[in-house]
Design a protein around this ligand. Structure first.
Ligand code: EPZ
Length: 433
């Protein structure tokens, strides 16, 4: 099985270009089937999650083509209306399969999708998605075999109040409501940059969506949507991951193709602990020298500190001086990396939904297992900062959301390789020793 082997201790230095936002891409690719026309989508990250979703869209009968590595053409006209069912062993593993519920329901008034999986970061209900679909007039059932079936004679715009701020439910309701009759208002909507990106994409198809990026989104349903060409925003979390990597390895990285505004929560915390963060129009330089200071962080919906950056930030704070506290308020099971970091020498105690961190001077290399996508990225950061060699198994999680992660790190001077046998692992270790 493939794993990373990493020799730490090198300050990362150079430039890295950030890919398109995975979590925007997943919504946008699913939304493309709301029209029969061709949609050309640029800046699609070439990661496992987008590949799996595209395979599911193709399995529905849509015509899907890669124009180049990051540009995808989707034409929904060829979808088989008698088989609006998404279920394979892969789609069950990705969370974003639920976006096909919203887009198929919007377009065909029928959808059948295997219940979403995704990273095991806690109980991840979809009650708010269902509440939204039902408010629009759909009947939603969970049938045997773990499938969600949503159907409607017609979808009618309504006022929907979200009980919890949910990225996925907000996007799903926007998609279903785009072709509903009349006006839908989503109150207590999520405000993440990818919500705005999906709304912009839908508007470029002819939808009438206002207020995305605020907590009240107003959607006036239209009769039909048309083909479009659209470029996805840069990935906030990939950028944040490289920012923390610069700090943890005491390096100097210019992170290109970012929207600095989206990075504010992360930039300000890194500045607060002592890193240098310089913002340019579409790039950010992050430098760190010496030991950072401690801080307190609570994850919150955007514009708060993103839960998807919590493990990477904890890994960085575990090397800072003093005591830090990180409180996770979005998902209840997002501290699974703590045991792995402990094996590298970290001193972190989890109490309820908080991690209490006592900073240490250095990590020592260890054999680790990635528990999920962002926790996996955090372990890579720890291994790059550590003394000695580490291995990280279960990198399949990391490959779901980071494009060419090891290649980008190598270009910054990091010593990392993917190996799938002991001989190659030993060869790497000999080479870097
Ligand atoms: C999205 O997940 C992202 N995934 C996650 O990214 C991210 O961590 C999360 O938003 C929060 O920012 C995708 O975009 C594909 P939510 P999502 O619905 O939409 C509760 C990554 O690493 N909730 O905003 O599934 C839920 O339990 C990942 O890239 C309900 O109670 O998250 C959680 O506590 C992993 N009922 C909170 O809301 C619902 O119906 C926020 O979840 C829906 C959610």
């Amino acid at each position: 099985m493939e794993k990373y082997v990493i020799k730490g201790g090198v300050p990362l230095d150079g430039e890295v270009t950030i890919a398109g936002a995975k979590n925007a891409a997943l919504g946008i690719l699913a939304a493309a089937i709301l029209t029969d026309d061709e949609c050309i989508i640029e800046n699609v990250p070439y990661v496992e999650d987008t590949k799996v979703l595209l395979r599911a869209i193709e399995a529905l009968g849509a015509t899907v083509k890669y124009i180049d590595l990051h540009t995808v053409s989707i034409m929904g006209k060829t979808i088989d209306r008698d088989n609006l069912c998404v279920d394979d062993e892969y789609i069950r593993k990705i969370r974003a399969s639920y976006y096909l519920l919203g887009s198929m329901l919007g377009k065909f008034k029928y959808a059948q999708v295997a219940l979403p999986g995704g990273c095991d970061i806690g109980l991840r209900p979809i009650d708010q998605h269902i509440k939204g679909f039902e408010a629009l007039g759909a009947k939603v059932d969970i049938v045997s075999g773990g499938k969600v079936v949503a159907k409607a004679d017609e979808l009618i715009g309504r006022h929907i109040y979200m009980d919890v701020v949910s990225v996925g439910a907000t996007i799903n309701i926007m998609m279903a409501a785009a072709l509903a009759e009349g006006k839908t208002t989503i109150e207590n909507a999520a405000k993440e940059p990818h919500i705005v990106d999906v709304a912009n994409f839908l508007n470029s198809m002819g939808a009438n969506i206002k207020g995305a990026g605020t907590d009240v989104i107003r959607i006036r349903g239209v009769q039909r949507l048309v083909g479009t060409e659209y470029s996805i925003i840069p990935d906030q979390i990939e950028a944040g991951t490289f920012m923390t990597m610069a700090v943890a390895t005491k390096g100097n990285i210019l992170i290109k193709n970012v929207i600095p505004k989206h990075m504010e929560a992360i930039s300000s915390k890194l500045s607060e602990i002592g890193a240098t963060v310089i913002e340019y129009d579409d790039s950010i330089r992050v430098m760190a020298d010496g030991r950072m200071k401690s801080t307190q962080i609570k994850t919150l919906p955007y514009p708060g500190f993103p839960t998807d950056m919590q493990p990477q930030m904890a890994t960085t704070l575990a090397l800072s001086s003093g005591n830090s506290i990180i409180t996770e308020s979005i998902f209840e099971n997002r501290f699974k990396y703590v045991n792995e970091l402990a094996r590298m020498g970290a001193r972190i105690k989890v109490e309820g939904n908080s991690a209490i961190i006592t900073g240490i001077e250095k990590y020592s290399g260890a054999n680790l297992v990635a528990p999920d996508l962002r926790a996996g990225a955090a372990l890579v950061i720890a291994a790059l900062a550590a003394e000695g060699c580490s291995t990280i198994e279960d990198i399949k999680y990391i490959l779901r959301g980071y494009e060419d992660f090891d290649g980008k790190i190598r270009a910054l001077g990091g010593q990392i390789e993917i190996v799938d046998n002991d001989r190659d692992e030993q060869k790497f270790k000999l080479r870097v020793s």
